[in-house]
Design a protein. Structure first.
Length: 192
């Protein structure tokens, strides 16, 4: 099986917007793919905030039955969203393959926990219907900082998964505890 990238993608890994030369590390910089990230982030933010499609996604995430009764075409929105996610995943795979200079179909296998943790840390509700694009981006940055820090500390990969799992448990528990306290306070104030 050949995992080499096509000739047209050779050299993509060395295209930087800003380059920095270090005598120890070599050449590094801000890669051109940051433009893709910014453009896609702005488009998704705009789509979620200002279109009926985006409002429908939040409605479906909050309560599917209410979204149906409100008049959203849940089936169409779901199909379109799955298609968009597939396109974005394919684009990310091609970009990562060009950046890392080889094609590996199982490169991101096992990173599902990181994705879930990033989205939850970014403020999305585990129950659905709430979350922001900026929060998700910040969640991804925090997870990557944690992962890189653990690598620099020499912590084995198994323990890194455990740390991400603990972070995920903490960020899921905080809203649950807050919601439970709010319910207790509401119950106490109503009964008095």
């Amino acid at each position: 099986m050949n995992f080499q990238i096509p000739d047209g993608m050779v050299g993509y890994y060395s295209r930087f917007l800003i380059k920095v030369r270090d005598p120890v590390v070599g050449e590094a910089g801000l890669h051109i793919s940051i433009i893709y990230l910014v453009v896609i982030t702005v488009l998704i933010w705009w789509g979620l905030k200002y279109t009926t499609f985006g409002r429908g996604l939040y409605a479906i995430g909050g309560n599917r039955e209410v979204a149906i009764r409100t008049g959203f075409n849940v089936k169409l929105i779901t199909i379109v969203m799955l298609g968009l996610v597939g396109i974005l995943a394919a684009f990310a795979g091609v970009t990562e393959s060009a950046y890392s200079r080889f094609f590996n179909p199982v490169l991101f296998l096992g990173r599902e926990l990181d994705v879930l943790a990033a989205v939850i840390i970014g403020g999305a509700s585990i129950k659905g219907g709430r979350g922001t694009v900026l929060g998700t981006i910040l969640g991804v940055v925090l997870i990557e900082i944690i992962n890189r820090g653990l690598i620099f500390l020499g912590i084995p990969a198994e323990w890194q998964r455990m740390v991400i799992g603990i972070v995920l448990i903490i960020f899921i528990s905080i809203p649950a505890i807050t919601e439970q306290r709010a319910r207790k306070l509401k119950y106490v104030s109503v009964s008095e």
